[in-house]
Every structure is written in C-alpha cells, then in structure tokens.
Design a protein around this ligand. Structure first.
Ligand code: GLC
Length: 493
C-alpha cells in the first residue's frame, strides 16, 4: 500500500503547531507498520535541513503553468527519521520567506503547491493507493485530482483521505484565483461544490476537500461530533451532516514517544520514567524545577508551577489564559507561558501583560518558540492549562501526562476525550487524571484553577500518586495507527 501525505508542516523540519507534530509522527508510525509512506512539503527557507538525511535534488525541471507563464521548480528528496520526504522548491518567491504562513498570498502559495504536488506525483510516482491531505492548505488536491487529473492517463490515485486538524481555517478566496493555476473556476463554483452558498464569486478550498475526499478524519472522536454542530461547524455543519455516516471518523492523535520521553530527554536536568518510584520521580521533577526557575529567573520556592504552551490564537481562549496567569499569582502559584501570538491584538495584550509583570518573579512569559525550553517546562510543571474555546485534539495535555503534569482543561474536542476530572464522583477512579470545566467562562475557570491549586497544597500525597498514574497513560501512536490503516484498507478494497 502506497500512501502519500501532503501537508504544510512536518516536525521537526517545518513546524508551527500541532499539525506539524502529527504529520511527522503519524508518517513515522505508518512506516513502522510497514506501510510505504512518504510526505511532500514545500521547501521553506526556514526548513531545518540538519534533521534531513541524504538531502539531494532529484528533479530540476518540474514545470508549472501559473499566471500565464511557465515556472520552474526543483524537487529535493531526503529522509526525516526514516520517512522519505519530497520538498518542492519553486524558483518563484513563494516559500523562500521567513515564516511558513501569515502572508497575504497564502492561498496563491498553497494552490501553487497543490499543483506542484500533483504534477510531481504524475511525473515521478504515478500510482498511489491513498492520497492523505491535511487541512485547507492541501485540501484542493481532492477536487483538482477528481475533476481534472483523474481524467488524464498518467496519475492513478485510488482514494483520498482528508485529516481535519482545524475546521476554522478554510482557505476562502475568489474563484478567479483558480485561473492563476490554469484551472477553469466554473468547474467548481457551484454551491454544491466549492462555491460559497451566498457569495457567488467566492470558493472555499477546505469545503472542496471535504466533498471530494473519500474519508474525513477529524483528530478526535469528540471533535468529529462537534463539527456537525452549529457552534463548532464553522458554517459547514449543514453540509457535513448530510454526508454518509461512515465518511467521517474521528481518530485521536498520538504523540511521538521518542521525542517526548522523560527517560531520555536531553533537555532535562534529571531524567525519570513511569517505572521509577514516586520518590525518584519527585526528586527528578524537583531538579527540573530548579533548572527551569534558574533559566527563567523565577523565585526558588515551594509553590506549584502552572504552564501554558502553544499558539496564542483566538481558539485557545487567550482571555482565559491571561486570567489564569493573574489568578495563579494571587493563589500563590507560579506561571510559565510559552506561546506565539497569532494576531496583533493578542500580541499586544500579552506584551503589555509581560511589561506589567516585569518585576514579578513568579511569572515568566515567553514568545519565542524554543524546543528545549518547551521540554524543560513539561518536566518541571505541576499543571498544564488548556482552556480552549475549541480544540480538535490538543497535544499539550497528552505530553503533560507523560511528563507527570496534571491537566486543567475545558471539556471540548480532544480535551474531552483525554482528560477526566479527579473530583467528579461519576467518573471511574482509574480514568481520573486532571481538572475540567464545561463552559468558556471566567468563573468556571476560576473555580477549577482553585480546585487544582488547593489539591496541590492540601492533598500533596494524592497529587504525587496521580503524577505517576498519569505518566502511565498510553497515548502512543500504536493504537490510533491501526484505525488509520483500517480506513485505508477499506477504501482501496
Ligand atoms: C491543530 C489543532 C490541535 C491539534 C493539532 C494536531 O493544531 O488546533 O487541537 O492537536 O492540530 O492535530
């Protein structure tokens, strides 16, 4: 079975958020199950080539007709932790920039990439069992293949799968943008296809991916249900609800157990594992706290550390995160934030907060993504807080488990599938692992944060046994990968 993953990110070579982690670890997990897998990505300027083995040019002349001109592209091939990757390198100034996204011409850049990927598959690979797309950036490949490429002779794709890491980003654009890549927009404009139901000249690339794919995989079972509701369906729920039941199947993400392994993690002051005694784990976490506090210039004192790690986007409820910081300080806890602001407004709020708290040595606000610091925080913190408005899966709570941190989360998407409240009598004892609240509300967040901090101060022994229990929760890819393979097999039968 030959499976091609096409995506905008892949950790560790090109990552903005969870999408990158998942494309990296999922492709590796497939490879381990002996599925013939490769990944195609743009060759960004910022790609981390140190993590690519045997990188070489395999094609010099991938020609693409765009904006009435022939554009030339190179294709590189290499291996990222044993997974074959192809990197598309346009001569055009599309990916040779300082960031992966966030440009006015993002739609044009990724439409161009979709065309390059299909042209490359046509010239160099030819037969593919599963074309696996991720999010809006590559979703257009599904309608593009089925309406155009499949009618030619040279490319044969048996089935198309689309993973949804975030339904909120859809790649809406004017239909005439398709003309730039030499595609007739009329083919797709109908509202039953990519067309916007109310704006006659607008198309939606993700919608096209959803309609033309053979299977849709949201990244958790709860998110798969949520996208059918008005609240989380981002205008697409009426259509999604009409799809055959077995077209949408939520599968929970795993994490890469090699990357996230407190037993071997080189960023830690002291390694530890779920099989160590509680005393050893505590001692190690203590040393890791010491290292983190020194590194971030936090006061060295015996209080809990609460952490928030990830993109600071609207979806992540930045207002609640800000509130959690201030509240933690009042309640005698320390707070560490590692996050990249995703809008000017959010950036402004958090930079101001950082300035206001400049002299407070119980809080550390960090904007630059720093992989090593990220590992240090997981190993040191007592709680990971994720109050998201919606969260397709969420990886930080899962990594938190593995490093012996207790999650404080809002019950949504993958957070609802993985975190179970320690103080809810209705939940079976062996499932309990953190603190949860239901609504996006400051009061509910407050109460939950209070419960967590109180638990740390008053039930220290229980807290300690819970750390060890959490470290044993298994979220490696092995379980989920079987579900992916089952879908692939069903589709190509
Ligand atoms: C996106 C989602 C996040 C998910 C990740 C990987 O970043 O927002 O919830 O964990 O993709 O699927």
């Amino acid at each position: 079975m030959k499976v091609a993953h096409i995506a905008a990110e892949m950790a560790p070579i090109a990552k903005v958020g969870g999408l990158g982690d998942v494309v990296g670890s999922l492709s590796r997990a497939l490879k381990k199950q002996k599925v013939d897998t490769f990944v195609i990505l743009p060759k960004y300027k910022i790609i981390n080539t140190q993590c690519i083995k045997n990188l070489k040019i395999i094609k010099n002349d991938l020609k693409i007709f765009e904006k009435n001109k022939w554009q030339n592209n190179k294709v590189f091939q290499g291996y990222v932790k044993n997974v074959k990757v192809y990197l598309i390198d346009p001569e055009k100034h599309y990916f040779n920039r300082d960031k992966i996204y966030g440009y006015k011409d993002d739609v044009a850049r990724f439409l161009y990439f979709c065309k390059c990927a299909l042209e490359f598959l046509k010239s160099n690979i030819k037969d593919i069992d599963v074309l696996h797309l991720h999010d809006w950036h590559t979703a257009f490949m599904a309608p593009y293949y089925k309406e155009i490429y499949s009618k030619e002779e040279h490319l044969n794709i048996k089935s198309i799968v689309l993973s949804i890491h975030n339904l909120g980003y859809q790649g809406q654009c004017m239909a005439k943008q398709l003309e730039d890549i030499d595609v007739n927009p009329k083919l797709f404009l109908h509202s039953k296809k990519l067309g916007h139901p109310k704006k006659p000249k607008t198309i939606n690339l993700l919608k096209g991916g959803l309609i033309y794919s053979d299977a849709i995989i949201p990244v958790s079972p709860t998110y798969a249900k949520e996208i059918l509701t008005k609240k989380h369906g981002h205008q697409l729920s009426p259509m999604l609800k009409k799809f055959p039941k077995n077209k949408i199947k939520g599968i929970l993400n795993g994490i890469d157990y090699k990357t996230w392994n407190p037993k071997k993690d080189k960023s830690l002051a002291q390694n530890y594992s779920s099989t160590s005694s509680i005393e050893t784990i505590l001692k190690a976490k203590e040393l890791n706290k010491e290292k983190l506090r020194k590194y971030l210039n936090l006061k060295d004192k015996n209080v809990p550390i609460i952490a928030s790690i990830g993109r600071l986007a609207e979806q992540k409820a930045p207002k609640l995160i800000k509130h959690a910081i201030l509240k933690s300080l009042k309640k005698n806890a320390q707070f560490v934030l590692l996050g990249t602001p995703f809008s000017k407004e959010i950036s402004h709020t958090f930079h101001k907060l950082k300035r206001d708290l400049k002299n407070n040595r119980n809080v550390s606000i960090n904007f630059k993504y720093d992989e090593c610091l990220c590992h240090m925080i997981y190993a040191a913190c007592d709680f990971i807080i994720v109050p998201s408005i919606f969260e397709p899966c969420g990886l930080t709570q899962i990594i938190g488990f593995r490093y012996g941190a207790l999650p404080i989360v809002r019950k949504t998407g993958g957070l609802a599938d993985t975190v179970f409240d320690l103080q809810n009598p209705k939940i079976p004892k062996n499932k309990k692992n953190g603190f949860t609240f239901k609504n996006v509300s400051i009061e509910e967040l407050d109460k939950t944060l209070n419960r967590a901090i109180k638990f740390w101060y008053e039930k220290q022994e229980k807290f300690q046994t819970q750390i060890k229990k959490n470290m044993k929760i298994n979220h490696c890819w092995q379980k989920s990968i079987k579900k992916y393979i089952a879908i692939y097999k069903r589709l190509i039968k």
